[in-house]
Design a binder for this molecule. Structure first.
Ligand code: SAM
Length: 293
């Protein structure tokens, strides 16, 4: 396990996945009954953007850096408000900003925790020993958060269905081992059998579009309920060695989420573009010509 999220925190992929996570949590909050958030690949939780790892790649500059640097149309500002509120809170305890930017970037478990209500629960799972230790330290005295150090897919077997029977499962693997796309499809099939009504958010990279097409076709064949796919390309994916964009599979998308993403993703593509051909789309899996292979 070589991947460390500290090098990538706050990049365009984090912006995309965290804005979607925040929108889904806000939707769950529309009903008073409690819910559970399960973060299978949680990372360390909290990242200093002025630390050596983040400074070395500087990826956050073209992600959260650009997003916070410009004005936002009112509709987009409304959608991003909960996400921005968590970033603000994460920095409230660390005075000082760096180059006018927040010095701390909250990862997915902190975003989840920041948006939860009393009565909601978070399970944050992270296998890497050092990142797990940091995460466990952060949540040590939080009765609403359980931190685990299991293999993600093993964890899901014991965690699903959650006792609340409501919630969201975020699956955010590092894609450092071959076969990750296959593992996701198999894991998602098993998980949705255990917890059919859950919302699942599964992140994936877009390097070679052919591999993504095969993955989407495989998912469409699984027959697991309603599936939407959000994709953000920061450039036309002509070089398969680059991270040209990323996607999020959304199982059981909340009401009107696809519509909201239809407005948010083109905005993010425009703001975070790294070259010609940037675009952001959200469509229903199996209904796009892209999925007919
Ligand atoms: N979700 C985090 C966020 O948005 O802030 C970032 C997660 S990062 C992309 C992926 C994480 O998965 C890494 O911290 C890595 O150590 C962890 N990981 C890798 N293989 C794992 C496995 N089999 N089970 C659980 N965690 C794993």
């Amino acid at each position: 396990m070589n991947y460390r999220h500290a090098f990538h925190a706050g990049n365009f992929a984090d912006v995309m996945k965290h804005t979607i996570l925040a929108l889904v949590i806000e939707h769950l909050k529309l009903k008073p009954s409690p819910f559970r958030i399960i973060d299978t690949h949680a990372g360390a939780g909290r990242y200093a953007l002025d630390a050596d790892a983040a400074m070395r790649t500087g990826e956050w500059r073209n992600g959260i850096g650009r997003l916070l640097a410009g004005d936002l149309p009112p509709e987009i500002a409304r959608m991003l408000a909960p996400y921005f509120a968590v970033i603000r809170d994460a920095n409230a305890v660390t005075p000082g900003t760096m180059e006018g930017m927040p010095a701390i970037y909250p990862g997915s478990p902190l975003i989840a925790r920041g948006l939860m209500r009393r009565g909601d629960h978070l399970v944050a799972n992270e296998l890497h020993a050092a990142d797990h230790a940091e995460l466990a330290r952060h949540f040590a005295s939080d009765p609403q958060t359980k931190v685990l150090a299991l293999d993600a897919w093993t964890a899901l077997k014991s965690l699903l269905p959650p006792k609340e029977r409501r919630g969201v499962v975020l699956v955010d693997p590092p894609f450092e081992e071959p076969g990750e796309f296959h593992r996701i499809a198999d894991g998602l099939r098993d998980a949705t059998r255990r917890f059919e009504t859950g919302i699942y958010l599964v992140w994936y990279p877009i390097k070679d579009p052919k591999r993504v097409r095969t993955f989407r076709a495989r998912l469409a064949d699984l027959g697991i309920g309603k599936l939407a796919v959000a994709e953000l390309l920061i450039r036309k994916p002509v070089n398969p060695d680059l991270l040209n964009g990323c996607g999020m599979v959304i199982v059981n998308p909340p009401y009107r989420l696809a519509e909201k993403l239809g407005a948010l993703l083109p905005f993010l593509a425009d703001r975070l573009a790294a070259g010609p051909g940037a675009e952001g789309v959200c469509d229903w899996l199996g209904q796009s010509p892209f999925d007919q292979v």
